[in-house]
Structure formats: structure tokens, C-alpha cells
Design a protein around this ligand. Structure first.
Ligand SMILES: [Zn+2]
Length: 445
């Protein structure tokens, strides 16, 4: 299908027409005719957005979950014995929960509560009973009901149908997102197959790149690309140096870059030391970079590592950071401008479901760095709106390197806005997205 998008603004030039054909931008000009015409009404046409770090199954599951303060209301309408899943729990709401607390909260339902870091589940007694006994994973503490890093085991024991991906694909398309990098360390061949099937069926129309903790092969039809090998550090027990360098060697043997989860200064220090010893290559990434001390900035630049940040955490969790993070460390939280100014490649992402999947909310957070409670965190790390947009429109296989351009021959992965770009950037929001195209096909609007 040939689309002709008429009267759009591209890189500040108004009144242009763009023809999409065979999956690419075939022609850009004035007064073009023919094909399925779409009136752009003077709105900006920009490259489709990319979320460089998302967890698709987690996001789909979150649509089927409740918050801690909704447990009682949910229990009242679900039959006794049914599962209730809580996501986004933090000890600032309700303290350090244990199995006994959850038994009081939901005495007749199977309750599981995920900590907002995603690394811990807490289960009530009925949930533990339902999971059976024997072959307990090392992270399970039956007396407290705590299960550390036990997602795969939990999924295997519950045996639930995976939640549908089509609503997620549609929601992300409505944000103007045309490419996704799933950063889940747990992705194996069967999870990758499910994502590939959802992509082929059009449920998940975005281009997919998948990280994984082990080997992964790309399908012949390109339903997904294989991304970096994910290294997940656990600050409770950092891996030893040789084990970590071994994981980098394993990635290199698979021809892959490495993406290391770094949310503390200790994790980052270890990661930088390992890259200094083992060597880095383009495409190696630091996920989150939640705490980056000043001396680490020069090391990141020297090693040419991309920092894949999540600006929305400043908005969504900023009040807690302000209360809990030592004042002298607060300038190190989710750095952005100081990294860009130092020449460190930076790309943006959501880490959904752990923060909002809306990239426009992420842009607003990168620009304002204002918490929900109105507190500004490290104002010097604010960036201009156009720069914030650039963090979302680069190539998923080379995040943080260069924004994609609207040019003849480029893939027709596009986002049509309802107004000129300067206006949209004044008031960034997903409501400005009028249509989204992937490989020349309209997937939204
Ligand atoms: Zn993540």
C-alpha cells in the first residue's frame, strides 16, 4: 500500500508531502499526488520513537494487576482462592511486608506482591501452598514468604496463560513508538517465539530487538533482532571479577554487545573495572545508570559506553529519592545533561512496567526533572526539549549515537504529530500523536 502524507513539517520545513512505498520513504517534495492520501494539516512528521529498554511481558502483566492499596477491594470481587497480583510495592507503603502481613491482607486469596525493583516477590500462605513443595529455588524463604529473582520458577509453578500482547502493542503505537528493545534477562527461546508470533500477527507491530541472559538466535524472517547479552547484577551479592569477565567473553563469542544493569555506584564501579580489563566495543551499554559519580563519567566516555537512562523515574520516584538518597549523592541520580556534555552516548527508555511506558512523559521529565510532589532534582541535568526527543529517535541497534532522519530511502517508521514540532515540544504529550507508521504501514490513527 502506498501512502501519501500531504502537508507536513519536516525538520522545520513546512508544506512538504511524503510518499511511502515498499516500506520506505520513497519521495519527499511539494505538490505530490497519488496513493492513499492523508492530510497532515501542517503537523510535524518525525522518526518513530524507540523505547530502548522495556519489559513487554511485564507490561502486559501489569495491565492485569493492582496496587497494594487495592487488594481488599479486589478480594471483595474475586472468588476465594483466586490469584491477586500486586505490582509496584515499596516498603515506604506498608513497611517490610512478610507472608504474615499478606495473610492478614488477603486471608482467602492467593496473593503475590512484587517489589517495584522487580527483584523480589512476597507471597502469602495460600500462594505458597498453591506453588507446591520441593525443588525450592535458592531465592525462596518460606518463613517470610520472600522470593528473590524467582520469576521463571514462579511462572513455571503457576502455569498461567501469558497475558495478551495486542493491547500493549496498540498502546505503544498510540505513543508513536515504532521500535522496542526488550531488556529482560529471562528471555529464552520460548519467550522469544511468543514475541515473534505476536509481531507476525500484528499484535506487536513494532520492530523488536531482544536482549537475553543466554544464547538467542534471530528468526530468518527478522521478526526480532538479537540485541546485547544482558548482565543483571544483584547488589546483595556482586559477582566476582572473573565470573563477570567470563560473561563478557560469552557475549563476544556470540558476536554480541553487553548490556549491564547498573543501579548503584558499586555496580557501576565493578562494571567499569571489568570493561577496562576485558575491553568494550560499540553497542555495549549501561542500563539505568541510576547513580553515576563524577569520576565515572570520564570512564564511560573513555570506554565509549552508552547509558540507557529512564527520565521518568525522576518524576515518579523523585520524592522518595529526595528523602532517602544522601544529599551529596543526589546530583549523581539519573544524570543526563552532564553525560551528553561529556560526550557520553545517552539513549532514553521507560523500563516499563517499572515506570510509565509513555515516552512523552519521559521527555517532559528529562526537560523539567520535577517529581510528582513538585521537587526539582539536579536542575543542572535538565536538557532542552528537542534534545530530549533525540534520545528516543535513534537507531535501536546503536542507541545514543545519532538521531534518525526523515530522508528518501529510509525505513518508513514515522510518527505524525498534530502540530508543528516547536509547538508539540512546548507541551509534550502523547495526545499530539495523530498517526504512526511502521515499514510504511499505518499502525495507529
Ligand atoms: Zn529493566
Amino acid at each position: 500500500m502506498t501512502h501519501l502524507i500531504r502537508n507536513v513539517e519536516i525538520e522545520g520545513r513546512a508544506g512538504l508531502d511524503v510518499r511511502l512505498d515498499a516500506g520506505v520513504i520513497a519521495e519527499i517534495g511539494v505538490g505530490l499526488r497519488g496513493g492513499d492520501e492523508i492530510d497532515g494539516q501542517g503537523g510535524a512528521l518525525i522518526p518513530g520513537l524507540c523505547d530502548h529498554h522495556i519489559h513487554l511481558f511485564g507490561l502486559a502483566a501489569s495491565a492485569d494487576s493492582v496496587a497494594l492499596d487495592q487488594v481488599a477491594a479486589t478480594a471483595a470481587v474475586r472468588p476465594p482462592g483466586a490469584w491477586i497480583r500486586v505490582l509496584g510495592y515499596h516498603e515506604s507503603q506498608g513497611g517490610d511486608l512478610t507472608r504474615a502481613d499478606l495473610d492478614r491482607l488477603a486471608p482467602r486469596h492467593r496473593l503475590r506482591v512484587q517489589h517495584q525493583t522487580g527483584s523480589l516477590w512476597i507471597l502469602n500462605s495460600l500462594a505458597l501452598d498453591a506453588l507446591g513443595v520441593g525443588d525450592d529455588p535458592p531465592g525462596l524463604e518460606r518463613d517470610t514468604g520472600r522470593l528473590w529473582r524467582g520469576d521463571a520458577w514462579l511462572r513455571g509453578r503457576i502455569g498461567a496463560e501469558p497475558p495478551p500482547l495486542a493491547p500493549i502493542g496498540a498502546r505503544l503505537a498510540a505513543y508513536g513508538i515504532t521500535a522496542l528493545t526488550d531488556a529482560s534477562v529471562t528471555t529464552d527461546a520460548s519467550a522469544a517465539d511468543r514475541l515473534a508470533a505476536a509481531h507476525r500477527a500484528g499484535d506487536l507491530p513494532q520492530r523488536l530487538m531482544l536482549m537475553s541472559g543466554g544464547p538467542l538466535a534471530a528468526p530468518a524472517d527478522g521478526a526480532f533482532a538479537v540485541g546485547p547479552l544482558k548482565v543483571l547484577l544483584d547488589d546483595h551479592s556482586l559477582p566476582d571479577f572473573d565470573d563477570f569477565t567470563g560473561r563478557i567473553a560469552a557475549a563476544r563469542a556470540q558476536g554480541r554487545a553487553v548490556a549491564v544493569h547498573c543501579v548503584t555506584a558499586a555496580e557501576l564501579a565493578l562494571t567499569l573495572a571489568v570493561f577496562e580489563a576485558a575491553g568494550s566495543r560499540p553497542g555495549d551499554r549501561i542500563e539505568h545508570g541510576s547513580v553515576i559519580p563524577p569520576d565515572a563519567v570520564t570512564a564511560l566516555k573513555r570506554l565509549n559506553l552508552t547509558v540507557v537512562t529512564q527520565p521518568a523515574f525522576i518524576h515518579e520516584r523523585g520524592d522518595r529519592y529526595a528523602a532517602e538518597v544522601a544529599a551529596q549523592d543526589q546530583p549523581d541520580l539519573y544524570r543526563c545533561r552532564s553525560l551528553l556534555d561529556a560526550g557520553v552516548p545517552v539513549a532514553a527508555s521507560s523500563d516499563a512496567p517499572y515506570a510509565s511506558a509513555d515516552p512523552w512523559a519521559g521527555m517532559a521529565a528529562a526537560v523539567h526533572r520535577t517529581s510528582r510532589g513538585g521537587r526539582v532534582l539536579a536542575a543542572g541535568e535538565r536538557i532542552a526539549p528537542a534534545r530530549a526527543l533525540d534520545l528516543y529517535v535513534d537507531d535501536p541497534s546503536a542507541p545514543g549515537r545519532a538521531p534518525r532522519r526523515i530522508a528518501t530511502g529510509a525505513p518508513a517508521d514515522l510518527c505524525l504529530l498534530d502540530a508543528p514540532l516547536a509547538h508539540v515540544l512546548d507541551t509534550p504529550g502523547a495526545g499530539h500523536v495523530r498517526a504512526t507508521f511502521i515499514a510504511g504501514r499505518r499502525v495507529h490513527g
